[in-house]
Design a protein around this ligand. Sequence first.
Ligand code: MLT
Length: 200
Amino acid sequence: MKHIFNKGKDASKPTLLMLHGTGGNELDLLPLAGMIDDEASVLSVRGNVLENGMPRFFRRLAEGVFDEEDLVFRTKELNDFLNEAAEKYNFQRDNVIAIGYSNGANIAASLLFHYKNALKGAILHHPMVPRKGIELPDLTGTPVFIAAGTNDPICSPMESAELQKLLDDAGANVELHWENRGHQLTQEEVQAAAIWYRKL
Ligand code: MLT
């Protein structure tokens, strides 16, 4: 997968896996990584799917309607890529924290839904429930921060609460942060994520 790897000052820190929103690329979230932890290594990845020229991490059939087969395939592809990248760049595979926005948050949530040890933790900005009706792996103790908008037209507050419950029921420690805004990524929620991260 097309990506950028920036080695951090402190190898004991998690590697931050940055996952952009629809139409973004691997450059978009680099400033965000610095706001969360400026000493951590950063692996920022570009989604392999194109929708009318816009990069994404998996196909969708319509707004909010995911192509499940492609989602499962792309989730495995990203997990395999993380395994390869850990060897190539010599970072600890079991110490990766994903930070995703929108479509990137959805593929990060999908990694949690499908693989027990894909992520050490995750910061999900405006995620949806990636897939319904499956049993989640045991996520005991996995820290997850969700930022959601009370007026998000793409992800309803009900869906954010449903995602929190599904992850909670699998054993994850979920913090759900609300902004009285829509789908946009706000400074305030990034600051809240940084405070959450520092307490890990
Ligand atoms: C998705 O397709 O992943 C969600 O609708 C969010 C987005 O617009 O990317």
